[in-house]
Write a protein that binds this ligand. Structure first.
Ligand SMILES: *Cc1c(COP(=O)(O)O)cnc(C)c1O
Length: 396
């Protein structure tokens, strides 16, 4: 590794040379099953022909023009996103944290427009919203925040999947303007509300009653991963704001802050902006991504393969006491162990699979939406013995 890279990552000792579908090859020709997908980014897998064709054609026409001009690809993508989300307007940026920054600014402006001078946003324990100052402050992870104080103020934290806690805040805090929530928490450990529909409907009801914005962070759960375009679509509610990034551009950086109803008209000219946000190349990649997901029925596939994989793990681990829970929302899959298991990442790599461990003790799998049954079976066949072995030899 170069001495000239800052130490922000704990990198595995492997360099990939190329990819195709769910597979990656390293510099020595060893093949790996990619069950991480660049952390939920490569929804179409690697080197998807439709994506490549769109990117190549757009790069040949033009890669970038400024947002002081009209951008046809951006307008087309906004139309498409609003159509599939049932929402009204989009602001484009380049990443998940930027999409959340836009949502946080939008909520504050909304508050100020209603005469609330110190607007506050309700956020969740174990939430992850990004690494910029405001999104880090919204994130519910003290380790990630440590050393970066003073944090940005204006966030009130409550337990995830707890409507009563939100009601209690509502009863006495008149500064709240919004709730920011991941429908399924990703970095926090693949935490799924015990009843997603009831939870989101409950939040919707509380927000409506108090004139708050319901803002869903779908940076990880969006773009087909949980079996619907967006995880909130497992219910009939529509949020006021939704943030996207990760899978949206299949690896070409793009983020989006999507709004509905009154929230869609909060920003006026000059209130927010981005140099790269929504440039032609990124929008062409996102349009191709959405098209491929629809044409190839990848939402359906994500649901079916995710449920099947979970079922296999449930069977395999049913008499293994070290495995506490196996859960999935489509292809967001978590295997919660009774002990920290970070070493499994290197062990899986050695065995030919890319996985992730989050929240110390949760094996997280985020395979591409294109994964087929035979590949899913290979993934299970690699991981089951590895996890059993780990639980046997690893001292608790
Ligand atoms: C990854 C993630 C982010 C941050 O996205 P970046 O592109 O890394 O800034 C925000 N929210 C959620 C839910 C995420 O999973």
């Amino acid at each position: 590794m170069s001495q000239h890279l800052m130490n922000t990552y704990n990198r595995q000792p492997v360099t990939f040379a190329r990819g195709e579908g769910v597979w990656l090859w390293d510099q020595h020709g060893k093949r790996y099953l990619d069950a991480l997908s660049g952390v939920a980014v490569n929804g179409l897998g690697h080197a998807h022909p439709k994506l490549l064709a769109a990117i190549n054609a757009q790069a040949a026409r033009m890669i970038h023009v400024s947002n002081i001009y009209q951008i046809a690809e951006q307008a087309a993508l906004a139309d498409k996103l609003c159509a599939v989300a049932g929402m009204d307007k989009v602001f484009f940026c380049n990443s998940g944290c930027e999409a959340n920054e836009a949502a946080i600014k939008l909520a504050r402006l909304y508050g100020h427009q209603r005469g609330i001078e110190n607007p506050e946003i309700i956020v969740m324990e174990r939430a992850f919203h990004g690494r910029t100052m405001a999104t880090l402050s919204a994130t519910g992870n003290r380790k990630a925040q440590a050393g970066f104080e003073p944090l940005v103020s204006g966030f009130v934290r409550v337990p995830f999947d707890d409507l009563d806690a939100v009601e209690q805040i509502a009863a006495h805090n008149k500064n709240v303007v919004a709730v920011l929530v991941e429908p399924v928490q990703g970095e926090g450990g693949i935490n799924i509300p015990h009843d997603v529909a009831a939870y989101l409907q409950g939040l919707r009801r509380i927000c409506d009653r108090h004139g708050w914005l319901l803002m869903v962070d779908e940076v990880q759960s969006g773009i087909g991963r949980t079996g619907t375009w967006f995880a909130f679509q497992h219910t009939a509610i529509v949020p006021d704001v939704m943030t996207l990034a990760k899978g949206l551009g299949s690896g070409v950086p793009i983020g989006a802050c999507v709004a509905h109803g009154a929230a869609a008209d909060v920003f006026s000219y000059g209130k927010h902006g981005s140099t790269f946000g929504g440039n032609p190349l990124a929008c062409a990649a996102a349009l191709a991504t959405l098209d491929a997901i629809a044409e190839d029925k990848l939402r359906e596939n994500a649901q079916q393969q995710g449920d099947w994989i979970r079922e296999q793990f449930l069977q395999a681990f049913k008499d293994v006491p070290g495995v506490l829970k196996v859960r999935n929302a489509g292809l967001m899959i978590g295997i919660e162990l009774d002990r920290p298991c970070g070493e499994l990442v290197a062990q899986a790599l050695e065995a030919g699979a890319l996985i992730n461990v989050t929240a110390d003790s949760v094996v997280r799998l985020l395979p591409s939406l294109i994964i087929q049954r035979a590949e899913a079976a290979q993934l299970v066949a690699i991981l089951v013995p590895l996890i059993k072995q780990f639980l046997t030899v690893g001292a608790k």
